[in-house]
Ligand binder design. Structure first.
Ligand SMILES: NC(=O)c1ccc[n+]([C@@H]2O[C@H](COP(=O)([O-])OP(=O)(O)OC[C@H]3O[C@@H](n4cnc5c(N)ncnc54)[C@H](OP(=O)(O)O)[C@@H]3O)[C@@H](O)[C@H]2O)c1
Length: 327
């Protein structure tokens, strides 16, 4: 069922798919989308990849002042402990936040349950709102990839049954990966997080997710800043007195795809949150959609096996700023 928000028309059915959007406003007025199990997920969140560094004051500012109510992280990003401190410092109650983390493939198989508990501990929380398997690739040292994948998902299901995670998901799963998991799972994935922005819109995968009642969630909504000088995006931004970044984020959420932009800078964090006071019309959406023909995929997932052994947060390269000492 598609419901519309008052003026913003969030989740309007497009030519491609019709997202499910709950009419009730939760998470401090951030519009949300309903997962298959009824859990509400905010349509806007804060990205926290280790790429570009960690700026503690900016994260606190995002949660406390800009009302980001979803935080997307992963064990791999190496900042869960810092985020736990930022959440406490923000003064925002845990139940008002939607916290995501991700399982790194080295912890597949029998280590899944423990890896999730450790993520929770670092984040200073007893539960996660969403826990995702970060990549479908099984490390080569596991003897049987199929068996490992199944055992991994069983452990994820156990975390869900035990109430340690409120929803269960995957990331970087293709249609084939999803078909495989749907064959053997008892609890179906609620979410698939995948790259999504105007210049990369994997329509077949999105349609498959929609048909299977899996929320397609986007990452890199700004294509890491690399598409913001596209003429079409700039023209739409000028028309609405908005910035290209705001247009990209709005494009995502208006298509019912939760967006999780990251910035180190407070002014941009604020800018990226101001996306609920304008509406892209059908002409705007059409011209933005046409940029998909570029197929500018930013994240290259080839060679993931070689990166599995790198330490978590390896891209921080000493760029962790402003975290207070806590005993
Ligand atoms: N599941 C996965 O495998 C996966 C993969 C990639 C990302 N993710 C998640 O998705 C999140 C978002 O992706 P991302 O961080 O890679 O890229 P992104 O959010 O698309 O873009 C971030 C880049 O854009 C710049 N930027 C941010 N706001 C801007 C604005 N208003 N105007 C101009 N430039 C702006 C940032 O620079 P400044 O910092 O200087 O502002 C940064 O370089 C990640 O942080 C992570 O949580 C998940």
């Amino acid at each position: 069922m598609v419901r519309f928000e008052n003026e913003c028309m969030i989740g309007q059915k497009t030519d491609y798919f019709g997202p499910y959007v709950q009419p009730e406003i939760s998470y401090d007025n951030t519009p949300s989308i309903e997962l298959a199990n009824g859990v509400q997920m905010p349509l806007l969140g804060l990205g926290t990849t280790h790429s570009g560094g960690y700026y503690h004051d900016s994260v606190v500012y995002a949660i406390r002042d800009c009302k980001y109510r979803m935080i997307d992280t992963a064990k791999r990003y190496g900042v869960e402990r810092e985020l736990g401190i930022a959440i406490k410092m923000s003064g925002v109650q845990r139940e008002q936040l939607f916290l995501n983390s991700k399982l790194w493939p080295v912890d597949f198989g029998s280590s899944v349950y423990d890896a999730c508990l450790k993520s929770c501990k670092r984040l200073g929380t007893e539960y996660l709102d969403l826990y995702m398997s970060h990549f479908p690739e099984v490390p080569t040292w596991f003897v049987d990839a199929k068996e490992t994948r199944e055992e991994t998902w069983r452990q994820m299901e156990l975390l869900y049954d035990d109430g340690i995670i409120r929803s269960i998901g995957v990331s970087n799963y293709t249609k084939k990966d999803l078909e495989d998991i749907l064959e053997f799972c008892s609890v179906r994935p609620h979410v698939n997080q995948f790259e999504y922005h105007p210049c990369y819109n994997p329509e077949e995968l999105i349609n498959f997710c929609h048909d299977e009642d899996i929320v397609f969630m986007g990452y890199c909504p700004l294509a890491k800043g690399k598409i913001l000088d596209e003429e079409v995006i700039k023209a739409v931004a000028e028309k609405h007195y908005k910035t290209p970044a705001q247009v990209c984020i709005r494009y995502s959420i208006q298509n019912g795809v939760p967006a999780i932009p990251k910035s180190r800078q407070q002014s941009r964090i604020l800018e990226n949150s101001q996306v609920f006071d304008f509406h892209l019309d059908e002409e705007d959406m059409h011209s933005l959609r046409k940029l998909n023909s570029m197929q500018r995929k930013i994240i290259n997932t080839d060679g993931i096996q070689e990166k599995l052994f790198l330490p978590d947060g390896y891209k921080l390269q000493g760029q962790v700023f402003g975290v207070p000492q806590v005993s």
